[in-house]
Design a protein around this ligand. Sequence first.
Ligand SMILES: Nc1ncnc2c1ncn2[C@@H]1O[C@H](COP(=O)(O)OP(=O)(O)OP(=O)(O)O)[C@@H](O)[C@H]1O
Length: 229
Amino acid sequence: MSETPAFELRRVVRRFEQAGRPLEVLRGVDLIVQPGELVALVGPSGAGKSTLLQIAGLLERPTAGDVLIGGHSCGTMGDDARTGMRRHSIGFVYQFHHLLPEFSALENVVLPQLIAGLNRKEAEERAHELLAMVGLAEREDHRPARLSGGEQQRVAIVRAMANVPKLLLADEPTGNLDPHTAEDVFGHLTRICRAVRLGALIATHNLELAARMDRVLEMRDGLVVEYSR
Ligand SMILES: Nc1ncnc2c1ncn2[C@@H]1O[C@H](COP(=O)(O)OP(=O)(O)OP(=O)(O)O)[C@@H](O)[C@H]1O
């Protein structure tokens, strides 16, 4: 029996209105990410990568089409159900870490778990474990300001995984880092996704890093196609 995909887009359309004229950014996108599969999304600025991630992350609704997370159709869900699905099943990593500055690295990884209803002891155990996986066991009591840019982003990555999501979405996760640090952070991101068999969709302008993923997709003319040089 084949495995349920981590995530699926079915014929997703997203239309905006710009200067009174319709702009179709996504024109019927089909996309499947399997559990443990790392997929890069590339394409020129304005091609629609962020729009696609917003829809995939249930932050926006498509004009038409459906999003399935772990086999569950989200198209007809109400807002509360979508929020619940987002909280429990999707992890987000952005270009900027968005860590809470007044909390330690550990607390930043514990908090989303408490919000999702886990007890503090379990949440702390998981946070210790995750931070150790990205080499930050010794730094977990530090506030973000005392961490380097790469370390901050490593905390953001494991925070996104704290609630054992089915899908990780990342929008330019290394866009704010120098090439060496970007490489290091990307290494941590891919290694930990593979270790926990988490499906990931990562939008990036960095083709060198994208090429290390299992698949590279390109946004072209409102559709997603296999990337070819
Ligand atoms: N809320 C909105 N209203 C109108 N147009 C929008 C809106 N959001 C995005 N767009 C348009 O949709 C297109 C795709 O934008 P999007 O941000 O998804 O591209 P992108 O590929 O992520 O670009 P970048 O690589 O620069 O982040 C752009 O032409 C943008 O102007």
